[in-house]
Design a protein around this ligand. Structure first.
Ligand SMILES: NC(=O)c1ccc[n+]([C@@H]2O[C@H](COP(=O)([O-])OP(=O)(O)OC[C@H]3O[C@@H](n4cnc5c(N)ncnc54)[C@H](OP(=O)(O)O)[C@@H]3O)[C@@H](O)[C@H]2O)c1
Length: 326
């Protein structure tokens, strides 16, 4: 038997329970992973509420990003060998002591990361990296604005942008969250609850506006940030943690000769696998140089409901991780 989080009714995450389930067995092409740590991502909250673009049929075990050790190989699978440390992402199933995943979806744990940080790394850092570079075309010396800069994707974007030599303006709700972003390298901060986002971005970028905006938040902040782009600037829409999907007047895009691009990590894997592989190599190099995801809290599985509730209620910074070995 194994312990696993369980969602039996859609709704807020405080309805999650922890139950005993039969040990899963890997089928053809699959691998059984003994999960050591699983990170909370905002889509986990959306899946539990049945507000994600892909529904998860009830009952299900939430959890989408994990690190652990290969425990068994399914028929036709030749590796990675039992005992190999691996990390991966799934739609559901990772808040459990064991998870079955397609062998092709596993990746090595970047050298230098422990299991907690490995679980918290790939989704947000790959998203940040490609939003900034592959899609956002950011280059050293440019001004990048990161919305939700203390959150999972946001903190990773501040971290990666700074390490790639971009100059970062962080936008977040409140001074404590801006302090988190400053510690990761942001030069300027805008409290978008109390300050006018467009005006402050313009001021902080010397009057010219930003070259690039990375937006995992959406809502009303998106248009304000777009208005603070300089001519020819790029706006990358990554997510809608605000809950409201922005509707942008296209004339703003025309008047600035701006570029608005969408980014979705699974889609990029499908149409640009070479860019994804190059990104993985670049991220591994940054990890070797000391880059680590910001993990603000680690919970035992028994606290999985409160871990997701904290993320849903905007109370966390960086990443929250569930430790399946605790
Ligand atoms: N496109 C992709 O491939 C991709 C990949 C990963 C994630 N995402 C999406 O990116 C978004 C952010 O994910 P994440 O993991 O960074 O989430 P997160 O850690 O919860 O951070 C989201 C941030 O959004 C801000 N926010 C503003 N309004 C909010 C609200 N009403 N509720 C919650 N947060 C709010 C919060 O910062 P402040 O309080 O400072 O405003 C929070 O730090 C999600 O929509 C997720 O689905 C997309």
């Amino acid at each position: 038997m194994m312990r696993a989080a369980r969602c039996t009714d859609y709704g807020p995450p405080d309805g999650l329970t922890v139950v005993d389930l039969d040990d899963p067995a890997p089928g053809p092409g699959e691998v059984l992973v003994r999960v050591h740590a699983a990170a909370v991502n905002y889509p986990d909250v959306l899946l539990v509420a049945n507000r994600y673009q892909v529904p998860a049929p009830l009952p299900f075990t939430p959890g989408s990003e994990f690190a652990g050790v290969v425990a068994a190989l399914g028929p036709g699978v030749s590796g990675p060998a039992v005992g190999t440390p691996v990390a991966g992402a799934v739609l559901t199933g990772a808040f459990a002591e064991q998870v079955v995943v397609p062998a092709a979806g596993l990746r090595p744990v970047p050298e230098g990361l422990d299991m907690v940080h490995a679980a918290a790394f790939h989704v947000t850092y790959a998203t940040a990296y490609h939003a900034l570079t592959t899609v956002g075309q950011g280059t050293a010396g440019e001004w990048a604005v990161v919305l939700g800069a203390a959150g999972g994707v946001g903190s990773a974007a501040v971290d990666v942008a700074t390490r790639l030599g971009l100059r970062v303006v962080a936008a977040a709700s409140g001074p404590e969250r801006l302090t988190v972003a400053r510690k990761l390298g942001a030069e300027g901060g805008v409290d978008y609850v109390r300050e006018d986002l467009k005006t402050r971005i313009r001021e902080l970028t010397g009057g010219e506006g930003a070259h690039l905006v990375v937006d995992p938040v959406g809502g009303d902040h998106a248009e304000a940030a777009l208005r603070a782009l300089r001519r020819g600037g790029r706006f990358v829409t990554v997510g809608y943690a605000d809950g409201k999907i922005p509707r942008i007047p296209l004339n703003l895009v025309l008047l600035k000769n701006a570029v608005v691009r969408g980014f979705e990590i699974r889609m990029l894997r499908r149409y640009a696998p070479d860019a994804v592989a190059a990104g993985d190599r670049a991220l591994a190099r940054l990890v070797r140089e000391g880059m680590r995801p910001l993990v603000s809290r680690v919970h035992p599985l028994a606290e999985v409901a409160s871990a997701l509730t904290d993320v849903a209620q905007r109370r966390t910074t960086g990443k929250v991780v569930v430790d399946l070995t605790a």
